[in-house]
Design a protein around this ligand. Structure first.
Ligand code: G6Q
Length: 549
């Protein structure tokens, strides 16, 4: 039995702390945030935490001090402290894959010692970072030349899932700090449109492809990588020696990289203890480093590290990721809010919700506990979102007046990166107003007092009592981005520890992959497919559509 599952015998939903929370939730049900705030004028300042450069206002959750006490008791009962130590200590906390999950080692200082199977992994981490920095210096400085002797102007990352979403998000989030004379594109989908549109206006002899794949076997990535090689060779007269100048790889699979034709000198490694969705600060971040430069990349790592240290050391009731994680459990399991909207009021974070979707849902979308027994309670909520203020003119209607409960995480920055007129005042006023509106709403009497005709009153009432967190940071720097990502990483871990699940595996993506492999040859075959009647009919219909040309 693994380290993580050794003490697990029953679902958390059968623990005394869970029962206490369930009873407490019933008591709180009739209480409205209006009343809770009215009874406690200090609440807005008290239920807030300022740590590691992040201000978290969690006062607009439907909680009391007792809720927090019970949630911390739940964390204690679930053994959260021991699990944090196990993860940081390099134990094989990824139980079902028998691996450590040591993304925290990716941002450890040079002199740290973090061991996996008795060996310190930190020197290798810094060795790769140094090689990445040297390579980035050559590309950014124009010393790295393509096949025709021209410097690189275009960088195309080919990868999917964890080998795509982090780099895409970071490239967008840190665009302000990036080299504007370099073009960055990302190809992930096996749909050829993704590759064709990403490369159609690029000059092949000025283009560098980064093939990012931990396994170097992923169908989508390898298909795109081969198409990229064909595209390059077609444009450069078919000389295969061009591949070495226009392709580098990020992978753990040196053999497959060499077989593709990429020199191992041009390969940047990482390790099986880095999960795909926890890898944006590993060599998978090579495109990020090319965009923002090694110094900014290291600043981003320092942000991750600040939250790692805080997560490891702070008491649970003053611990940002723990609080966020526990409030998520409260909203998800006790208040019946099955989704979380992530709402960054910062345009550069427009891909942050998509990044978080993988981090949160691939990690905590599990139906069994780490020991294989049923979870026994709801696990990971659905994450989604869009940057403010755009969402306000779209789906916020449902959050304000719909019948479902949705927890919201607002993210905002005190300083704009692009100061221009009144824009930032309006942006900040909106994010603050949304939290206020969700919590306090507008009563029928208030609506009537505005002279609204009686028939219209119900339409204009806002019940309020809707939970939200507000995260406020100084400005979106590389370090701030690192902090935000690490905050969610560890809050996901906190929740997994409570539910007793393994947040580091992703078996749920396997079945579809297997079935697709079987269907590929069937699309062009002529014998009768042998699936269920619906799948058979779809395959036959595709064959017919293709036969028509
Ligand atoms: C993430 C998952 C998954 C993975 C992709 C790409 O945690 O493991 O999204 O990142 O399937 O895998 P490769 O990097 O091996 O191509």
């Amino acid at each position: 039995m693994s380290d993580l599952s050794a003490n697990e015998t029953a679902s958390v939903s059968r623990s005394p702390a869970w029962d206490a929370l369930a009873a407490h939730a019933r008591e709180l049900e009739p209480l409205h945030l209006r009343a809770i705030f009215a009874a406690d004028p200090e609440r807005g300042e008290r239920l807030a935490l300022d740590a590691a450069g992040i201000y978290l206002d969690y006062s607009k959750n439907r909680i009391t001090d007792e809720t927090l006490r019970l949630l911390v008791a739940l964390a204690d009962e679930a053994g959260l402290r021991a699990r944090i130590d196990a993860m940081f200590g390099g134990d094989k906390v990824n139980v079902s894959e028998g691996r450590a999950a040591l993304h925290v080692a990716l941002r450890a200082p040079r002199d740290a010692v973090i061991e996996v199977d008795g060996g310190n992994v930190v020197p290798a981490v810094h060795d790769v970072l140094d090689r990445m920095a040297a390579f980035a210096g050559r590309v950014r400085g124009g010393a790295w030349r393509g096949h025709t002797g021209k410097p690189i102007r275009n960088i195309v990352n080919i990868g999917i899932g964890g080998s795509d979403l982090g780099p895409v998000m970071a490239c967008e989030a840190l665009r302000h700090y990036s080299r504007r004379d370099l073009v960055f594109r990302f190809v992930s989908n096996v749909d050829a449109t993704d590759f064709v549109e990403a490369t159609r206006d690029l000059a092949a002899d000025e283009t560098l492809f980064i093939v990012s794949s931990k396994t170097f076997t992923t169908q989508e990535t390898m298909t795109n990588a081969h198409s990229a090689r064909d595209w390059l060779l077609a444009a450069l007269g078919g000389d295969v020696s061009a591949v070495a100048k226009h392709f580098v790889a990020v992978s753990t699979n040196a053999e497959a990289v060499a077989a593709f034709g990429i020199a191992t000198d041009n390969m940047f490694g990482f390790w099986d203890w880095v999960g795909g969705r926890y890898s944006m600060d590993s060599a998978i971040g090579l495109s990020t480093m090319l965009a923002i430069g090694p110094e900014h990349f290291r600043a981003m790592l320092s942000g991750f590290r600040a939250i790692d240290e805080h997560f490891r050391a702070a008491p649970f009731d003053r611990n940002l990721p723990v609080l966020m994680g526990l409030l998520g459990v409260w909203n998800n399991n006790f208040l019946g809010a099955p989704t979380v909207a992530v709402l960054p009021y910062e345009q550069y974070l427009k891909r942050f919700p998509a990044y978080l979707q993988q981090l949160t849902m691939e990690s905590n979308g599990k139906h069994v506990r780490a020991d294989g027994t049923p979870a026994g309670c709801e696990t990971g909520p659905v994450y989604w979102g869009e940057p403010g203020t755009n969402g306000q003119h779209s789906f916020y209607q449902l959050i304000h007046q719909g019948t479902r409960r949705i927890a919201c995480d607002f993210i905002a920055f005190g300083q704009p990166l692009n100061p221009l007129g009144v824009h930032h005042d309006l942006l900040l006023a909106n994010v603050i107003a949304q939290g206020e509106a969700l919590a306090f709403g507008k009563t029928a009497d208030e609506v009537r007092a505005e002279g609204t005709p009686e028939w219209l009153v119900p339409h204009r009432v806002f019940d309020g009592n809707r939970a939200s967190n507000t995260l406020l940071l100084d400005r979106l720097t590389p370090a701030a981005l690192g902090k935000l990502v690490a905050l969610y990483e560890h809050s996901v871990f906190t929740q997994a520890a409570i539910w007793g699940i393994d947040p580091f595996d992703q078996w749920g993506v396997e079945l579809g992959k297997q079935l697709a492999k079987r269907i590929v040859p069937e699309l062009s075959a002529s014998d009768a497919p042998a699936h269920d009647s619906s799948t058979n009919a779809l395959i036959r219909r595709v064959r017919a559509l293709r036969a028509r040309g």
